[in-house]
Design a protein around this ligand. Sequence first.
Ligand code: ADP
Length: 380
Amino acid sequence: MNSDRTPRRRVGIIGGGQLAWMMAREAPSLGLEVVVQTPKLDDPAVELAAETVLAEVADARATFQLAERCDVITFENEFVELEELAKLAEKGVCFRPRLEALEPLLDKYHQRCCLREWGLPVPRFVNLAPQETIPIDLGFPLVMKARRHGYDGQGTVIVETGDALNAVWQRWGYPSVLLEEFVRFDRELAVIAARSATGDIAIYPVVETQQENQVCRRVLAPAMVSPAVVFQCEAIARRILEKLDVVGLFGIELFLTPDEKVLVNEIAPRTHNSGHFSLDACDTSQFAQLLRAVCDLPLGSTVMKSPAAVMVNLLGYETARRDYRDKREAIAALPNAFVYWYGKTESRPGRKLGHATALVSDPSQGRAIARDIEAIWYGR
Ligand code: ADP
């Protein structure tokens, strides 16, 4: 890899799941190719990648092979070993976002501390270390989070009592965990923002995300919130990207309180489920935007092509080997609807198998079409 060579044409992605797959779909239209590092040949992105390094994402030796095959490396997920990757960076491998910027983000407790230091609003939180007693000042319910390797709500548990907390903590083997106040939010919001090497920042419309059991079910774009709320969200996104001095694209999850204050829940240093609507609804999708940022192409417009849109995750609801073609076709036949099927061969409850977007003429129509999509998918 030549880290000074421009333009960058081959992008290495650590990870080969649906996010890498959606990046790989966008690459040809930008004159780019992707190479993926992923453990299984049937992972979604493999079929579209120019080359695949078959290895676990945390395998830094394999990342060296990836580096030899591309001009810049970006990430599909955070389950990497930064210390090992740093050795590659010292040898000139170009990671975007840079590893130093990822460092405070991979551990949820460190991320919270970092956000607080920058003066950004976050829920009240503490670290609970092994053998410590449970602090009483946060009250109950409270939210207990695994500091690393949580995703899609796995590793996030809402506990109502000290006994319940202890039971979960014991099940996890008493690691250090993040405890935080349970935020009685009015809504959950999210914003996707990209930053280029020249310091340009492009921010997508703020969206409303709807979670059930800590898992995102649907996204409504744009969020029906006041300009003051949009202003807070954009200011938060800008500050995070500038403070981290990153080149890349981040998803930022937020809580909106009943008195219109925005708190940061979590930063994902990569493309994010809350930005999938951009595939059909925006001039530039979040996947194309990340490729543009890391390859030194000018950032694209984030403007919506349609007044509003909705994205619904198609989550597994049974354990089966089934491609659900009938349901996919029925959803795709809805007006202005698009289905993305990740090609996973096994369905399990809660597994993200695909998603659907629908363009609508008014944000208030989003909920109704989301209900139609879910009725077909879950058979209700
Ligand atoms: P993950 O990293 O698995 O996505 P998150 O920390 O984003 O986990 O939490 C998942 C969901 O759990 C959030 O979208 C929200 O619905 C709920 N949640 C997380 N933290 C809190 C909190 N402090 N107060 C209330 N709900 C929370």
